[in-house]
Design a protein around this ligand. Structure first.
Ligand SMILES: Cc1ncc(COP(=O)(O)O)c(C=O)c1O
Length: 389
């Protein structure tokens, strides 16, 4: 049988693959510590669960409008209007089945076959595959730094890039573009006129002062060419509920809404009511507790990693990942490195190759203090043995 070219060229998700591999070894009885998780290791707040139960009791279990229930779209518009000093309306907001789905929908509206899309490196695993699925072509910043610059955007646009997916705090590095860098990026976006999908899924897990620097704060007039993606998955430990949000100009949202109407219909009705409770602020205590735990664990893992020879890393300022580079004179294949680390030391990590960089590994600190401490011990032992060299 002949399969469609774009679909059959897609690669699987390396993060899911390595996570599943560590999980299956653990299930088979091996002594495994896994720092592969891309999700909080906390329970969903009670307020969301109560709201879901109430929705079920009240029979809110049938189709909803395909773009999401109006109360939730309005709550999203209100909350992120405050965050970005904007005046978003219902028409600017759409609910989808997770932020991943929001990105896929919004991307489909702007990418035609052959279009070039700029992806900062390291990138989240799904971006290049999402672009490929639409027949687009991923291009990468020329500077090769860990954070994109305005000049990278200018050069890419001059070479034909029509848009960019931007992600700060970044998965996998946990790094955040500073305010000055964001101002430079905003200027380049204005000059070049490219569209931007700003994946803000980790915006509430920012460990610097105040709000995470944002393109729309740097230049509110960019609202028509910048789509915001956010959700409840990481902020409120709700990854399994599959609710994500897109906020953009009404035309972009309207077309994305049609795509959704003809593919998934609406996101789960019960999950939408659960999300409504947390977006309206009913789980702020839980959110702050989880945030504080992640910030403390970030400090813990960084303190421990600093004492390990053979690694170089920048302290993450957001998300729950740290992304060390393995220091070695030789070329290193990080897939082989991560497989040996898992098999020999029982430590699950994700190779940088999944995010477009060789020589790095991603460690998630969405794990207990004990697991973090034991993981760093195992990594240190593995590096000291040097078998991977
Ligand atoms: C950068 C980034 N964007 C989007 C998502 C998707 O979030 P959701 O679970 O809401 O689809 C993830 C999840 O890992 C992510 O890391």
């Amino acid at each position: 049988m002949r399969y469609a070219r774009n679909a059959s060229s897609l690669e699987g998700s390396a993060t899911l693959l390595y996570t599943a591999r560590a999980a299956s070894m653990k299930a088979a009885g091996a002594d495994i510590i896994s720092l592969t998780a891309g999700q909080p290791d906390f329970k969903t707040p009670g307020a969301a669960i109560e709201a879901a139960k109430k929705a079920m009791d009240q029979g809110k279990t049938l189709y909803t409008p395909s773009m999401g229930i109006v109360e939730l779209r309005q709550a999203v518009a209100d909350r992120w209007s405050k965050v970005h000093s904007q005046n978003f309306k219902v028409e600017n907001a759409m609910v989808s089945c997770g932020a991943k789905h929001s990105i896929a929908n919004m991307l489909e509206v702007v990418v035609s076959p052959g279009d070039k899309v700029l992806l900062p490196k390291p990138y989240w695993v799904s971006y290049p595959q999402m672009v490929r699925r639409l027949g687009g072509i991923s291009v990468y910043p020329e500077s090769g730094g860990m954070l994109i610059t305005g000049d990278d955007i200018r050069k890419a646009a001059a070479a034909g890039a029509r848009g960019m997916i931007f992600n700060s705090p970044c998965n996998p590095s946990g790094l955040v573009n500073t305010r000055t860098m964001i101002e430079d990026i905003a200027e380049a976006i204005r000059e070049t006129g490219i569209w931007v999908i700003s994946d803000d899924i980790y915006e509430d897990l920012y460990y610097g002062d105040g709000q995470v620097p944002h393109i729309l704060t740097a230049d509110p007039d960019l609202r028509n060419q910048v789509a915001l993606i956010t959700g409840v998955s990481k902020t409120y430990a709700m990854t399994g509920w599959r609710i994500g949000f897109a906020i953009a100009n009404p035309e972009w949202i309207k077309i994305a809404g049609r795509i959704q109407a003809h593919s998934t219909s609406n996101p789960c009705s019960i999950s939408q009511y659960a999300a409504l409770a947390v977006v309206q602020g009913e789980a702020e205590e839980d959110r702050i507790q989880m945030y504080d735990a992640f910030k403390r664990r970030r400090d813990l893992i960084c303190d421990l990693l600093e004492k390990v020879h053979g690694l170089d890393f920048e302290k993450p300022e957001g998300a729950f990942y740290v992304y060390p580079r393995i220091l070695t004179d030789k070329e290193i294949n990080t897939e082989e490195f991560c497989i040996s680390l898992l098999e020999e030391e029982g430590l699950g990590t994700i190779p940088g190759s999944a995010f477009g960089n060789e020589g790095y590994i991603r460690l998630s600190f969405a794990a207990s203090d004990d697991d973090i401490a034991e993981a760093v011990k195992r990594l240190k032992r593995f590096l000291e043995r040097g078998d991977f060299q």
